[in-house]
Design a protein around this ligand. Structure first.
Ligand code: ZN
Ligand code: MN
Length: 466
């Protein structure tokens, strides 16, 4: 039997400042080593000051994952010497004198399986090492401390996953949940990182570190299971070790053994007192929590009669559901939902495209009204939507600029006659077999660049050919 467990690090990217100082939590725009101060650099005499918003966001995550939140939380120093850690210790949490970590004993449903959350802890991110080439064969390693001290939540699961596919579904659920809570933007580079541990047949546990993407994690887990099964079938013992994912060769490789023998010499962080999490504060956080994805989905189905698959896509993506919430009313909800999940999807499928998109909720309202009033065709609506995303122009401007107004019937009749005179062979065929009439309708659509109403066009042909 295969057992997989995960350790996931999520940055609280929606915070303004780092976990223990006032440097920016969003370090990505800065020149290397410019988003730093004596506190996050661990200079002698500096003292950490805990970001209360980070405690709140981490508590919200713990609650959303059905965790128990302890009465008091405490911080510990995890000591290790590595160039990405300017203080030579990381301030983190540990359940050594009872539960003092921000959450424990949570649960997430992945299809029919319950995945238990062992623990959630709040900690600081280390700096970033930049290698020339790979970390194994590098001549030059540069260090950037801009990230050091960024608030992280580490989520540790029990080894409840049976296969890599479950892991990927879980990570997607978790990433949607964090985004929906408004605590993180998981699609930002490095905002969500996962380590996996794998064992087969109750054998030793192998940890895989350094995985850049969910997709790679799935591949790494597959590779690791196959590797262990192959060793086991030849009676070769599986070593309990840490392995790295070699992204280029698509294999896991044994890490230097020194890394596993590390003794972190944890001890209480004396510069931060224990913090009481009052019941009233937890109550308030619960009340302020945004509507969950599953509740949104349920509501879209029952309130607006939106098909479950459409409601699923709409609710699980915060970008779509925010847009939907701001644009729909009772009458147009279903059409707006369709427009978002069919036509809009391909136009804003990456983070960059979403950031550049000029689309506003009123664009969708106008577009659906115009379709409902038969002012433009579905084909033209698609073109207009593209233009809205690109330029942010109003529907009226776009209709005028791109000449998307629907062809009127007189005009349409002229074009139909034109097609009939040009396509003599197809006309004969259509007379014999009415099914082939669609070819002629297609010709009209081509000539009008999608502005013709297909149903009216079809009627015109039927009338003229009978
Ligand atoms: Zn700082
Ligand atoms: Mn950690």
């Amino acid at each position: 039997m295969t057992k997989i467990g995960l350790e996931i690090h999520c940055q609280l990217t929606k915070l303004n400042s780092k976990l223990f100082c006032s440097c920016k939590a969003d370090y990505r725009e800065f020149e290397p080593n410019t988003n730093i101060c004596p506190i996050c650099m661990g200079l002698p005499g500096s003292l950490p000051r805990l970001n209360q918003k980070a405690v709140e966001k981490a508590t919200t995550i713990a609650l959303a994952l059905s965790c128990q939140v302890p009465e008091k939380i405490a911080f510990f120093r995890k000591n290790y010497f590595y160039p990405d850690l300017p203080k030579n210790f990381q301030i983190t949490q540990l359940n050594v004198y009872g539960p003092t970590s921000i959450g424990e004993k949570g649960m997430v449903n992945v299809e029919d399986k319950e995945i238990r959350i062992r623990r959630i802890q709040l900690e600081e991110d280390p700096g970033r090492l930049i290698y020339e080439g790979t970390s194994e064969k590098t001549q030059i390693t540069l260090v950037d401390y801009n990230r050091a001290g960024t608030p992280l939540v580490e989520i540790v699961t029990e080894p409840d996953f049976d296969n890599p596919k479950q892991v990927r579904i879980f990570l997607n659920i978790l990433s949607d949940l964090l985004e929906n809570l408004g605590v993180s933007e998981p699609t930002l580079e490095g905002a969500m990182r996962a380590d996996g541990n794998v064992s087969i047949e109750n054998g030793p546990k192998v940890e895989i570190k350094n995985i850049g993407s969910f997709h790679d994690l799935e591949k790494a887990l597959h590779f690791e299971i196959t590797r262990q099964e192959s060793l086991s079938s030849r009676d070769i013992p599986i070593a309990q070790e840490t392995r790295h994912w070699d992204d280029r060769r698509k294999v896991t490789v044994s890490a230097r053994t020194k890394e596993e023998e590390m003794d972190y010499r944890y001890f209480p962080e004396g510069d931060i007192p224990w913090i009481k999490i009052a019941d009233a504060r937890i109550q308030k956080l619960k009340e302020d929590m945004p509507e969950s994805i599953s509740s949104k989905k349920q509501r879209y189905v029952t309130q607006f009669d939106i098909p479950p698959q459409v409601a699923d896509v709409l609710s699980s993506d915060k970008f779509y559901s925010d847009l939907f919430e701001k644009s729909h009313d009772e009458k147009n909800a279903k059409d707006i939902a369709n427009l978002i999940t069919t036509d809009l999807m391909g136009l804003v499928d990456t983070r960059e495209k979403r950031e550049q998109s000029k689309l506003k909720p009123n664009h969708l309202q106008d577009l659906v009204s115009a379709i409902q009033a038969s002012r433009i065709t579905r084909t033209s609506a698609k073109t207009a939507l593209q233009e809205m995303v690109k330029s942010g122009k109003s529907l009226e401007e776009i209709i005028k600029d791109l000449d998307l107004g629907k062809s009127d019937e007189g005009e349409l009749e002229k074009i139909v006659d034109e097609v009939i005179s040009q396509e003599t062979k197809a006309v004969e065929e259509a007379k014999a077999n009415p099914q082939t009439i669609n070819y002629l309708v297609g010709k009209v659509m081509q000539k009008t660049k999608g502005k013709a109403d297909p149903i009216i066009t079809l009627e015109l042909f039927k009338k003229k050919l009978s």
